[in-house]
Design a binder for this molecule. Structure first.
Ligand SMILES: Nc1nc2c(ncn2[C@@H]2O[C@H](COP(=O)(O)OP(=O)(O)OP(=O)(O)O)[C@@H](O)[C@H]2O)c(=O)[nH]1
Ligand SMILES: [Mg+2]
Length: 415
């Protein structure tokens, strides 16, 4: 896998069982992924699988696909599902063109968008793990085909050699990102101690997470109309009323996110785990909105974020008509906004301020000059809104402290 764009003419193939409906959203998403890598998609072709096929498509269907590729002069065929290693090999042999499946397409997309050293290494880990999985599956397949389970043939030795090489590559790469993973852990820990509220912006890919953070924090994170534009998490300070918070931009999710990517990006994804609040951003304009919400909820649960307070944000509301707005409201309670026209953004900000306030110990502290340690504690554990001096003390107004922060409560004046 190169990570370079695949400037080619492509046909997307969607295979469904007789009992299944065509899933146009999935095929469309595959098209977006392919186009994001520079492919020119000539056609989306659906095949119906009447009986389970060892090679996904029947003999006649593979011939039909072969002829279609020739007629269109397409040099790449993309399956919008995952192929098993034997299916993949079979398609390459029979179709005489390059073959990709959904997993490879997503891996390529990540590879193409990885700009930092860290992201590049994580993608490499995912690629090696994917290849290792393919090796294992192929080996198991050969064993079954040849019927010599347990026999030590030359093929097995080669397999073992390759497997060892992959494993050692994965080990080395993991060592290289371990330091970064530790830094994540330390950062999380420090932030918990300083008790500045943390708001993680999560959601399906391309819904406008980075754009929303830029609006809320006045930042300039990369935001573009591409799936997986963001591959590194980023933190940006923002203010909601008198509350300070850190906004966290995160890697987007997608249905069937390859396991290997899920694994190698786990620590980045888990950045959201100690958030005080999750903004789950969705694109109000997509048809499969509910399914996408479900995909995101499932991943959030898997990475340990199920119990964090959550706000649904229906973004891109500028792209939908009134009828759709009403439909969206039936899907769930949330905020309708547009991160580009800014409609609804102020209401969302007020709501975030309110939620953060619920977490906050807000008060006026009178700390004598003889207790500089208490003043330091307050600065570390809360957001200082105002400070003035009298002859003997600091009078400090503080907010923004999360529950559990160590604050010099003995100096708190309740008035
Ligand atoms: N029309 C419209 N477009 C928007 C809105 N918000 C974001 N966009 C566009 O949607 C595209 C994706 O925005 P990003 O902010 O990169 O989305 P993301 O969720 O961070 O995407 P990934 O990092 O790729 O997962 C960009 O082209 C944005 O300009 C909106 O409210 N309305
Ligand atoms: Mg982004």
């Amino acid at each position: 896998m190169s990570g370079e764009s695949i400037a080619r003419t492509a046909v997307i193939v969607s295979v469904r069982r007789v009992s299944e409906d065509m899933d146009p959203d999935r095929a469309e998403e595959t098209r977006q992924l392919a186009e994001g890598l520079g492919a020119d998609v000539l056609q989306i072709r659906t095949f119906v699988q009447r009986t389970p096929q060892r090679y996904l498509l029947g003999k006649g269907q593979v011939e039909e696909l072969h002829d279609l590729l020739q007629a269109l002069r397409a040099d790449l065929v993309i399956f919008d599902s995952e192929l098993t290693p034997p299916q993949y090999r079979h398609m390459i042999d029979f179709l005489e063109s390059s073959v990709m499946d959904r997993t490879r397409l997503i891996l390529e997309t990540f590879a193409a968008h990885a700009h930092t050293g860290e992201a590049k290494k994580r993608v490499q880990i995912a690629e090696r793990m994917f290849e290792l999985g393919q090796l294992r599956a192929m080996n198991a397949g050969y064993d079954q085909q040849a019927g010599f389970i347990g026999m030590r043939g030359p093929g097995e030795t080669l397999f073992q050699k390759r497997r060892r090489a992959k494993k050692s590559e994965i080990h080395d790469l993991r060592e290289q990102v371990r330091e970064v993973d530790t830094r994540y852990a330390v950062k999380t820990h420090t932030r918990q101690e300083s008790a500045i509220a943390k708001v993680a912006v999560v959601g399906y890919t391309n819904v406008g997470k980075s754009t929303l953070i830029n609006v809320l924090a006045g930042s300039e994170l990369l935001a573009e109309n591409k799936l997986f534009a963001t591959l590194d998490t980023a933190a940006r300070p923002a203010h909601f009323g008198r509350q300070s918070a850190v906004l966290i931009d995160t890697v987007g999710f997608i249905r069937d996110l390859p396991e290997s990517l899920m694994d190698s990006f786990r620590s980045t994804l888990a950045e959201s785990r100690d958030a005080d609040l999750l903004l789950h951003v969705v694109d109000a304009g997509v048809r499969d909105l509910q399914e996408r919400i479900h995909v995101v909820d499932t991943v959030l649960a898997r990475i340990g974020c199920a119990d964090i307070p959550r706000v649904l944000v229906f973004n891109k509301i500028d792209t939908v008509d009134q009828a759709r707005r009403e439909k969206v409201l039936l899907i769930g309670t949330g905020f309708m906004i547009s991160a580009t026209t800014l409609e609804g953004v102020d209401r969302l900000k007020d709501h975030i301020a309110e939620v953060l306030l619920r977490h906050v110990v807000h008060g006026r502290y009178v700390i004598p000059f003889t207790e500089p340690g208490a003043r330091a504690e307050l600065y570390a554990g809360a957001v200082v809104v105002n400070e003035r001096l009298t002859a003997r003390s600091w009078i400090i107004e503080a907010a923004g402290a999360a529950p559990g922060a160590r604050l010099p409560q003995r100096f708190l004046r309740k008035d």
